[in-house]
Write a protein that binds this ligand. Structure first.
Ligand SMILES: NC(=O)c1ccc[n+]([C@@H]2O[C@H](COP(=O)([O-])OP(=O)(O)OC[C@H]3O[C@@H](n4cnc5c(N)ncnc54)[C@H](O)[C@@H]3O)[C@@H](O)[C@H]2O)c1
Length: 431
């Protein structure tokens, strides 16, 4: 009689020895043996499948743990803690671009009033990442976790929504800056188009769907010369790739509102400035150069006209962001399907009083007590527009938006922060 082992693993693969004996005993044994064979094969296959699946998940999570800084029970606990709401009727908000200038201020304001906040940022090196790290430390010290990751990482976004049922998304992550678009156009497509779609895809499928408030830009007004800029004005003449990606964002978010019922609010910010600001912006780089005794380049428009901007202080922008979140209404979709109409809104958030750039320099000189070395040149065709001026009546009507900080006061606060952050207060006199 062949042993069970021989039955299972015949010496010649694929060839089973045929035994024509008919005794009951033999029949029973054969039947028992073949049932056992099938059972053992089934066990073997199950074990094989299970080990394949666990190997896959090991590879998956392993590569994630090695390549990114998220995942795991401890991490999920931190995310949940950060998203915890501490006031009645509060919201839990995913803030993208939280280590950025506006993101840091909005995250702090939300946290301070008792909302739950989880930040997301990829800490790219468009400008000094150490400033982003310092903002992250500030946020951490106030109980806001900033997850390090990219908008285009759909798995990370889905995981965040698995862990927390975010009621709102404040989407501020973007490739900002007008001139850099000529140097690195793909970074604008990566963050402002692909990243936006990646975020919307996850939001559309989330249950419940969050309401989305996101940063567009005054740059969408482009070559529009009707002032002040109102939301009803034309925005189909962008002057830079940055502006074009923001305009595209307005159209893309509209389709997600229309098809999936996501509540969308787009905010057109007008030249935001203040403490913890962006080093690539004129008021910031002018301050740096003036303090270091280096010349500053001031652009002049057509017919030697000074450029002017509707400079808006960060605290006023934060009030506008919170007002938008508070009035955003609910998304209406579930499971990726629209169940009713959700709001689609666009607001200008500006200061309504444009200031000429040379006046900005005068104010900086006064606060810094140092004379600037001015180098005045004609504006090159690099995407800049000659002036911006916001009509804010729409935001005023909808959520009482009313900017209260003038440029003189706001720059004083910025200069105080700058001197302290870069250690000028500890030096004897200014350089
Ligand atoms: N500051 C202004 O004057 C101004 C004016 C108009 C519009 N905006 C818009 O407001 C938002 C905030 O601007 P800001 O001044 O705080 O800029 P910022 O560059 O300081 O902040 C943006 C943050 O987003 C992060 N980020 C970029 N791409 C990312 C990606 N793919 N994934 C994850 N994180 C990413 C960056 O690391 C950065 O920390 C932006 O959308 C910007 O376009 C700003």
């Amino acid at each position: 009689m062949p042993s069970l082992e021989e039955e299972l693993f015949p010496s010649t693969p694929g060839k089973f020895k045929i035994d024509r004996g008919h005794s009951m005993n033999r029949q029973f044994h054969r039947c028992f043996a073949s049932t056992s064979t099938m059972f053992l094969w089934a066990l073997f296959l199950i074990a094989l499948t299970a080990s394949y699946l666990s190997f896959q998940s090991f590879v998956d999570s392993g590569s994630r743990y090695f390549s990114a800084s998220w995942g795991g029970i401890q991490w999920e606990k931190q995310v949940r803690n950060s998203a915890q709401i501490h006031r009645s009727g509060g919201m839990s908000v995913l803030v993208t671009g939280a280590a950025g200038f506006v993101g840091t201020h909005v995250s702090l304001a939300l946290k301070k009033r008792g909302d739950g906040v989880v930040g997301l940022d990829n800490f790219n090196n468009y400008y000094d990442p150490s400033l982003k790290r310092a903002r992250k430390s500030l946020l951490n010290s106030h109980g806001v976790l900033v997850v390090e990751g990219d908008l285009n990482d759909g798995k990370l976004l889905a995981k965040l929504f698995d862990v927390v049922a975010f009621t709102h998304v404040m989407h501020l992550a973007a490739q900002a800056g007008v001139r850099y678009a000529m140097e690195n156009p793909n970074s604008y497509v990566h963050s402002n188009i692909a990243g936006l779609v990646s975020l919307l895809e996850v939001c559309k499928s989330a249950n419940p769907q969050p309401a989305i408030v996101w940063a567009s830009s005054s740059s969408v007004y482009g070559l529009n010369d009707k002032v002040p800029f109102s939301e009803a004005d034309r925005t189909d003449q962008p002057a830079s790739l940055y502006a074009a990606t923001k305009k595209a964002g307005e159209e893309i978010t509209h389709t997600y509102n229309h098809i999936y019922g996501l509540s969308i609010t787009g905010l057109r910010f007008f030249t935001v400035y203040g403490p913890w600001g962006r080093p690539d912006m004129a008021y910031f780089s002018f301050t740096r150069n003036i303090l270091q005794g280096k010349p500053i380049t001031i652009y002049r428009g057509k017919n030697r006209a000074d450029l002017a901007r509707d400079f808006t202080y960060i605290d006023d922008i934060v009030k506008g962001c919170l007002g938008s979140l508070d009035t955003s209404g609910k998304s209406t979709g579930t499971g990726g399907k629209k169940k009713g109409n959700a709001p689609y809104r666009i607001f200008n958030l500006g200061n309504t009083s444009p200031v000429k750039v040379p006046v900005l320099v005068n104010i900086l000189e006064r606060h810094l007590k140092v004379k600037a070395k001015r180098n005045i040149v004609d504006m090159p065709g690099n995407g800049d527009v000659p002036f911006t001026h916001a009509n804010i009546s729409h935001a005023q009507r909808e959520f009482g938006y009313k900017p209260t900080t003038d440029l003189q006061t706001g720059l004083k606060k910025f200069v105080r922060w700058y001197l302290s952050y870069y250690g000028y207060n500890n030096r004897k006199g200014l350089q």
